[in-house]
Design a protein around this ligand. Structure first.
Ligand SMILES: Nc1ncnc2c1ncn2[C@@H]1O[C@H](COP(=O)(O)OP(=O)(O)O)[C@@H](O)[C@H]1O
Ligand SMILES: [Mg+2]
Length: 378
């Protein structure tokens, strides 16, 4: 066990890293953030910030020397960076697990290999690869195999010609062409797995995306059958087991009829797990600390249903103003059932995640009217 006041390291310095820092510091650890971005919001709360490139070996060696154990908040950290760090200190999850999750094609191949259902897809490396695609595959989504997020690097396509054009626009980089699913619902499961294989899950959350970005997440997911909720947990834990995963992991699913398909895997805490900060004794970030340090995993039972509304930068530009204006939070702050989270980002931009609100839902009132009432307060 790695006990406080040991120093822990986190790769990446966004809001997920910031919550890791806060969870670890509350438990008495020191935390160093490694992030190339000088404006890192995690670094503002951390004990130290190493502000260097992902491939800067001197800086990485310095980071590894300072940290008793290192984890990540960002799946696009080069796997070679994580391998390098693992030569000097404990690193969880493994570079191998992160390498699978950071590449859609590797991720899909991994899921297929382990018999886990996913949407039909074709690997597209060259224009020639479209020859093996059937017209019945459309409509489809062409997705860049690596470095896409929040719906970026994706294009809906209706035909092979369309797909070809999008492929050229993406600079002929490796893509996957994924059949469009008739989505009834989207859910996600966040879990934590320890080095000795113990797994604790949070109940599946139900997610609603707008423009490819998570907008609303409800935990536990309403209107999803017990059978599907259970199946989602089983699939998520199988994935964690098959990756020999250590840390907090999230699995996103599509529900189409009574079919459960895996969409993607995040080797880190997840936006849909933010409710755990307010509705559970142990948040997804504290689990990340516990799993990293070999501490017993904590309790994941929610006290109540939690609703998370993302606060995008768009809300800072509501009156068509050119300059961002901080929204008025008064009404929200006066509501006893909501908690406001802001991530400390200095500049609001359209589509940027600035914070979120958690509603502690009341069981005796329909959820949709509570969400509407909350929206009206913002
Ligand atoms: N094959 C698909 N069929 C239908 N909707 C999809 C499909 N792929 C993605 N989407 C929609 O787009 C969202 C973002 O896609 P995703 O692959 O999860 O990318 P990101 O890495 O940006 O989260 C999904 O949550 C879903 O709402
Ligand atoms: Mg996604």
């Amino acid at each position: 066990m790695i006990l406080p006041p040991a120093t822990l390291g986190i790769l990446g310095g966004g809001q997920l890293g910031r919550y890791f820092v806060m969870a670890a510091q509350r438990m008495g650890y020191r935390v160093v953030v490694f992030d190339p971005d000088a404006q890192s919001v995690a670094a503002k709360t951390a004990d130290a910030h190493i502000h260097a490139d992902w491939n800067d070996q001197n800086a990485l060696r310095e980071f590894a020397t300072q940290c008793r154990a290192i984890t990540t908040e960002f799946e696009n950290v080069p796997a070679t960076t994580m391998e390098f760090l693992a030569r000097f200190t404990t690193v969880h999850p493994s570079a191998d697990a992160v390498a699978i999750c950071q590449h859609r094609s590797h991720e899909k191949a991994f899921l297929v290999k382990h018999g886990i259902p996913i949407a039909a897809y074709a690997d597209i490396r060259h224009e020639d690869d479209f020859a093996q695609v059937n017209e019945s595959h459309f409509p489809a989504i062409l997705k860049l195999a690596s470095s896409g997020y929040d719906g970026k690097g994706q294009q809906v396509v209706k035909s092979i010609e369309d797909a070809n054009e999008a492929f050229i626009q993406f600079g002929r980089q490796h893509c996957v062409l994924e059949k469009m699913i008739q989505l009834d619902k989207e859910i996600s499961v966040v879990l934590a797995r320890s080095e000795d294989g113990d797994i604790r899950y949070y109940p599946a959350a139900r997610n609603e995306h707008r423009n490819g970005i998570l907008a609303v997440s409800v935990m536990p997911a309403p209107d999803v059958s017990d059978a599907l909720m259970e199946q989602a947990k089983q699939v998520a834990s199988q994935i964690a087991f098959d990756m020999n995963y250590v840390g907090t992991l999230a699995v996103e699913f599509f529900i189409s009829g009574n079919q459960l398909l895996v969409n993607e895997i995040a080797p880190r805490p997840h936006n849909s797990g933010h409710t755990t900060l307010d509705i559970c004794v142990t948040s997804q970030f504290e689990q990340q600390v516990r799993a990293l340090c070999g501490l017993p995993l904590g309790d994941t039972t929610p006290h109540c249903t939690g609703v998370m509304l993302n606060l995008l930068g768009d809300r800072w530009f509501v009156n068509g103003s050119e300059k961002p204006q901080t929204p008025e939070w008064n009404k929200l702050l006066m509501n006893p059932k909501s908690r406001l989270h802001l991530y400390g980002k200095s500049e609001a931009r359209i589509g940027r995640k600035m914070g979120h609100v958690t509603l502690l839902a009341d069981q005796s009132v329909p959820l949709s009217s509570q969400v509407q009432a909350l929206e009206a307060l913002i």
